[in-house]
Design a protein around this ligand. Structure first.
Ligand code: PEP
Ligand code: MN
Length: 334
């Protein structure tokens, strides 16, 4: 971190600030110019409040040289992280299709969808049991029963399962869940992230509706700081002024996150667009730009889905998308 002091800073004020910075465990490299004094702060500045320093009377400007996230940063861990989800590897060249309904609705529904998407090459089964709905009057999910049904579908198909957690108190219910999803609305639920950091479960962390990539990485850092480094990031569209689509898919997140972090990055084209016919082109684009996986909502009867029917593919449509994605993967991995 570099701090430039104002011209009128007195020797006493400078000394006071330097003493305080050293007390924070930093080495301070002082460079006295004709007009300005520049302080180079060396050491772990991740715990330093940059805004606090910037607010001091004698400070002209403050700039970070290293990012405030460490554990998820590529600088500190150059190799790709490969997350093993119940035997399915994601990241570092390992690609996985994840598919299933928005919400688990019944045994028949989840088992049928699981069998179909498995046949089409999906490696993981998704399905919401606890649903974060905008309206309290909408279907809230089957909750614990939904997880039981996912486990039945897992037993029948052998597919590892991914489902969303909304409350850390529910963790005991997630004992046999292979990949715990943190939804967009909970990306900055820091108490939840801290609890997940204490587990050894793989975590699928979705980008918040209006969060920057830096904020996404800081949320991953919360989980990793607790000791759990099995984190997969998911871009699922962000809020913009566009209204034709549910969200705007930020595909540049994939190559950029791959530069910034060693964690795997997947794309959810279903929530990103909200429109089933846009899922295929966006899934192909995600595969082309290097995503480590794609998560797609699939329902056996989308018209009657209790949640997100408009963006859900039929199993037949998913099969076609999976083939196209495989074709693209073949081209880009040459
Ligand atoms: C979901 O995956 O079902 C979901 C609710 O996604 P998001 O948190 O991205 O809206
Ligand atoms: Mn959904």
């Amino acid at each position: 971190m570099i701090t430039v002091l104002k011209r009128n800073a007195t020797a006493e004020q400078k000394e006071h600030l330097i003493g305080w910075l050293k007390a924070q465990g930093l080495d301070v490299h002082i460079s006295e110019g004709h007009e300005y004094t520049v302080l180079g702060l060396i050491g772990d500045t991740s715990r330093i409040d940059m805004d606090l320093i910037a607010s001091l009377d004698i400070v002209e400007s403050v700039k970070r040289v290293t990012e405030p996230y460490k554990q998820c940063s590529r600088k500190f861990h150059p190799e790709d992280t490969v997350v093993d989800v119940g035997g399915v590897k994601i990241g570092g060249g390992n690609f996985a299709m994840i598919a299933g309904p928005c919400s688990v609705e019944s045994r028949e529904q989840i088992v049928e969808v699981a069998k179909c998407v498995k046949k089409s090459g999906a490696k993981l089964l998704r399905g919401g049991a606890f649903k974060p709905r905008t309206s309290p009057y909408d279907f809230q999910g089957l909750k614990a029963d939904g997880i039981e049904l996912l486990l039945e579908a897992k037993a029948e198909t052998g597919m590892p399962i991914v489902t969303e957690i909304m409350n850390a108190n529910h963790l005991p219910l997630f004992e046999d869940v292979d990949l715990i999803q943190v939804g967009a609305r909970n990306m900055q639920n820091f108490e939840l992230l801290k609890e997940l950091g204490k587990t050894d479960k793989p975590i699928l962390l979705k980008r918040g509706l209006a969060n920057t990539l830096k904020e996404l990485l800081m949320s991953a850092e919360y989980i990793m700081a607790g000791g759990n480094s099995r984190v997969i990031l998911c871009e699922r569209g962000i809020r913009t002024f566009e209204t034709y689509t549910r969200n705007t898919l930020d595909l540049s997140a994939v190559p950029l996150l791959h530069e910034l972090t060693h964690l795997p990055v997947i794309i959810d084209p279903s929530h990103a667009t909200g429109i089933s016919r846009l899922v295929e082109p966006m899934a192909m684009a995600a595969a082309a730009c290097g995503a480590d996986g794609i998560m797609i909502e699939v329902h056996n009867d989308p018209i009657h889905a209790l949640c997100d029917g408009a963006q859900s593919l039929t199993p037949e449509q998913f099969d076609a998308v999976a083939r196209k994605v495989a074709d693209i993967r073949e081209i880009v991995s040459k």
